[in-house]
Design a protein around this ligand. Structure first.
Ligand code: SF4
Length: 112
């Protein structure tokens, strides 16, 4: 993990680094690490840092979230972007097998 300048001033820089990397099944350790992040002035910046593809962090608590929670957030954002790109939720459509196999043939007929 590359260290960014804000991390040197963050609360986690002044504690044992192991605290921010709790054992997977140790809920109280995870909650303690999250409580450190709650007091951090860089929490949202840290979260974006941990989510960015170039600086992705796949372990420990960062930005107040565990790795599993960060992965879920990435998926949620991707889905949100996909829905926004397509103009909203996917409408119910009648799809023939041919249309499903060849979506490039044109728009699907909406269910009436
Ligand atoms: S949000 Fe948490 S992990 Fe990130 S810099 Fe702050 S204390 Fe450290």
């Amino acid at each position: 993990m590359t260290v960014s300048a804000f991390m040197l001033e963050a609360p986690c820089a002044r504690i044992d680094p192991e605290i921010m990397f709790p054992a997977p099944a140790a809920d109280w350790e995870t909650e303690f690490a999250k409580s450190v992040c709650e007091r951090c002035p860089f929490e949202s910046r840290c979260l974006e840092y941990a989510l960015a593809p170039a600086t992705r962090v796949e372990d420990g608590v960062m930005g107040g979230l565990t790795d599993a929670e960060r992965k879920a957030l990435v998926k949620e954002r991707r889905l949100g972007r996909a829905l926004a790109y397509n103009g909203g939720p996917i409408p119910k459509t009648r799809r023939s097998r041919s249309q499903a196999a060849h979506p490039q043939r044109g728009p699907l007929a909406p269910v009436t």
